[in-house]
Write a protein that binds this ligand. Structure first.
Ligand code: PEP
Length: 258
């Protein structure tokens, strides 16, 4: 739990989905239907090609924007990459760093994730660091150790990290329809707070999100766990009704004094 009351960060990761026109259509509907709620921030991470139009479409609304990735350099000979400075100009507030799809499919290693995390902070973006074990690591009971290594790798080089969020995303739960049990998620989020404390970070100030096949049917039980401060939603964020239902559940839970 961050702060005194409950507050939630609900992030939609659209991955490589939606063209410019599809983005406008989806965001126009979202901005009309999501009027904001105390204690809930809703963030959409469209593909790079749609961020500029997304920024224009959500301007003045209660929807914030994030990017799905960034390069660590401000500019340079890095064909195909996008820098934090470029994102800043697009009114992007958040950026996903170290998503398992980038780690696995694009061979992004720990040092690269650490550089991206630092670059995001230096440029005033709030990084959402994704951590989580794969199926084999879970079966071997190594999930706690894996997550600790992934967090330490990023935080160790930094003196004062500033504002960031963590998304616990067990790899075996992403896009598979398998969700971690709420009690297991709570245990891992508690572990993450302990790791943050050991790294000298004010653990209570860092939102810890859960991600991995979150949908409108399982979100309430996940979000009601004490140390779950939000959700990183992939597939279900592509369906406005379902995504808004998840945000609505967060609003109900934030409204209760827990
Ligand atoms: C994700 O992309 O971070 C994710 C959690 O995807 P999904 O919700 O589809 O499992």
């Amino acid at each position: 739990m961050v702060g005194d009351g409950r507050s939630y960060l609900i992030v939609g990761n659209w991955k490589m989905h939606r063209t410019v026109s599809e983005t406008v259509e989806a965001l126009l509907e979202l901005t009309q239907r999501w009027k904001g709620a105390e204690g809930v921030k809703v963030v959409i991470c469209p593909p790079f090609t749609a961020i500029l139009i997304a920024a224009k479409t959500v301007a003045g609304s209660e929807i914030r924007l994030g990017a799905q990735n960034l390069h660590w350099a401000p500019e340079g000979a890095f064909t195909g990459e996008v820098s934090p400075v470029m994102l800043q100009e697009l009114a992007v507030d958040y950026v996903i760093v170290g998503h398992s799809e980038r780690r696995i499919l694009f061979q992004e290693d720990g040092p690269a994730v650490a550089k991206k995390f630092a670059a995001a902070l230096e440029n005033g973006l709030l990084p959402i660091l994704c951590v989580g074990e794969n199926g084999a690591e879970r079966e071997a009971g190594r999930q706690g150790q894996i997550v600790e290594e992934q967090i330490r790798e990023v935080l160790t080089p930094l003196k004062e990290p500033g504002k960031f969020a963590i998304a616990y995303e067990p790899v075996w739960a992403i896009g598979t329809g398998k969700t971690a049990e709420p009690e297991d998620v709570q245990r891992m989020h508690g572990h993450i707070r302990t790791i943050l404390g050991k790294c000298g970070v004010a653990a209570g100030q860092v939102p810890i999100l859960y991600g991995g096949s979150v949908n409108a049917s399982n979100s309430a039980s996940l979000l009601s766990q004490r140390d779950v401060d939000g959700a990183l939603v992939g597939g279900a964020s592509l369906r406005n009704d379902e995504f808004l239902a998840i945000a609505g559940q967060a609003a109900q839970l934030a409204g209760r004094k827990i």
